[in-house]
Ligand binder design. Sequence first.
Ligand SMILES: [Zn+2]
Length: 349
Amino acid sequence: MPLVSMRQLLDEAAKGGYGVGAFNVNDMEQIQAIMMAARQTKSPVIVQASRGARAFAEDLYLFRLIQAAAELNPEIPIAMHQDHGNSFETCKSAIELGYTSVMMDGSLLEDGKTPSTFDQNVDVTRRVVDYAHERGVTVEGEIGVLGGIEDGHGAGGTGLEHVTDPDQAVEFAERTGVDALAIAIGTSHGAYKFNKKPDGSVLKMDILIAIHKRLPHTHLVMHGSSSVPKELQDIVNEYGGKLKPTWGVPVEEIQLGIRNGVRKINVDTDNRLAITGAIRKVFALTPEKFDPRDYLKPAREAMAKVVSERMTEFGQAGHAGDYKPIPITEMAKGYANGSLDPRPSLAAK
Ligand SMILES: [Zn+2]
């Protein structure tokens, strides 16, 4: 199956009332782990690469691996997404490579650290939308600023400094025409999200619900949404790791989000923990081993297990065969003739 547009994948998820995990990749084993889980659970899937991942793996290696994944798994719809594009040029280069979706994170300036103004965000996102839609490619924007830093990207802080304002979210969706919208509701990137199990004082699900009421046709995206389960932290620490106790976003909160318009859920930290725990275990228990396959294979399996659990929890499991991919060229026509207009303003009334 060719790579599919993320817009089609999310439209189908909205029809079916489920969410789709977007899993970050840097190398072959992570891509294989995601595909193992997708095959096992029969799930459509979003694979995403940050700027850091593209630099680490080199663009062409990474993209060819994704193409191989699509060729080897013709029954699985796969969208390839640029995570946190920091500029028009980053998004353009991903589209030129063949990515079927890009995130323009205009909530920060190009340095990936400094919060931008609302108008700066609208301007750069609108430019990316015009360029991408002409080519049938999906665009995710962000309004409000997430907490934490990952891969050198992020404003830092707790995630509560720049929570999304629902009025601004409506204006942003109308002025930019984005297909999907990442919102800030108190979540952070990285392992250290909350210092206790989050409640409504730090995880603003009420804001998410308010935004969905006003923008029912815009697919919402939850970033920083690893659950950081204690079992995964424990394995890392049992075999020599030094993670401080931390809490992520509980799966039941994500499921509440899915019932309220969340269609894409970004998960990275949980997979990192699973991989690191598995490798540490091999090193600690069998220090005589030195063949990389001896620890990369269990690492890959540990990640596949986490991904497959998330696919089941998010509801995407079993939906791989629901639809045929619409070619990107057809998506471009749909954007041009208005049939793919996200119609946010309809909702505002
Ligand atoms: Zn993010």
